[in-house]
Design a protein around this ligand. Sequence first.
Ligand SMILES: [Zn+2]
Length: 230
Amino acid sequence: MPDDRSSVITSIDRVALKWNRSDWSCAYDSLFTLLFGIWIERPRYWNKILRTHSIYLQQLVKGFQDFRVCRIAFENLRDSVHELLYTNNPNSFPLGHSFASVNDLLRTMFIEQIPAGWITCSICHTNLVINHGYSIHFDILPGTGRSTAEWIKSIFDYENSPICPICNTAYDKTIHLPKVPHIISFDISSLSSQFVISSNIKILKNNRNTILKLRVTMTYGFMMDNATQV
Ligand SMILES: [Zn+2]
C-alpha cells in the first residue's frame, strides 16, 4: 500500500502555480498562493475563520483541503474560484486576456466588517457606541499618515472626543472592540513607496495584548493576522 503521508502537502514550498494563458490568472495566483501559505500552517483554525467570509473563500478553503491531499490540482481550484468570481462580478474578474486587481479580490473575498465598538466615560462609565463601518480590507489613502501607526491614529483617534451628556466631560479616546479581527488587509496602491509598514499592530483586548502580525507584503498591499496570540 502506498504511504498516504507522502502525498500530503504540508508547506507552501512545494506549491507553484502554472499561469493560465487563456484566462489571465496573475492576481489569483499570487493571492491564492499567499493564502494557502497562511492556511497550511493551521488548517483547522483558518477553516473556521475563512469560511465565514464569502462564498469565494468558502470554495477556496474547501479546495485547499482537497489540494493538500492531492485530490485536486491547484490550477483547477484557482480556475473554479475565478469562474465563480466572474459569474457574480464579470467586470472586476473577467475571463480571457484581462487582468484583475489583487485589491479587488481582497475586497470581494474578505467581506467581514470590523464590529461596532464603543468609547467609555471615565467618570460615569457610560458607553457610546462607535459604528465605524470599516471592512477588514482597508484602503490607506494619501494624507492619512506616513506609516501604519500614523494611519491607525488618523482613523481610530478622535481629535475632539465626544462629550458625555451626563458628566459634561470628554469620553476616553480608547475605542473598545467586542472582538479583534483574525485577519486584516490593506490596499496601499495609491501611496508612495515611502510608506512604512509596521510588523505588528498591538490591540488591547480584555486587558491582554493581541498582536496582529505582518504576514505578507504584496506589491500593492499587505496582510496581517493574529494567529499568534500573546
Ligand atoms: Zn459620564
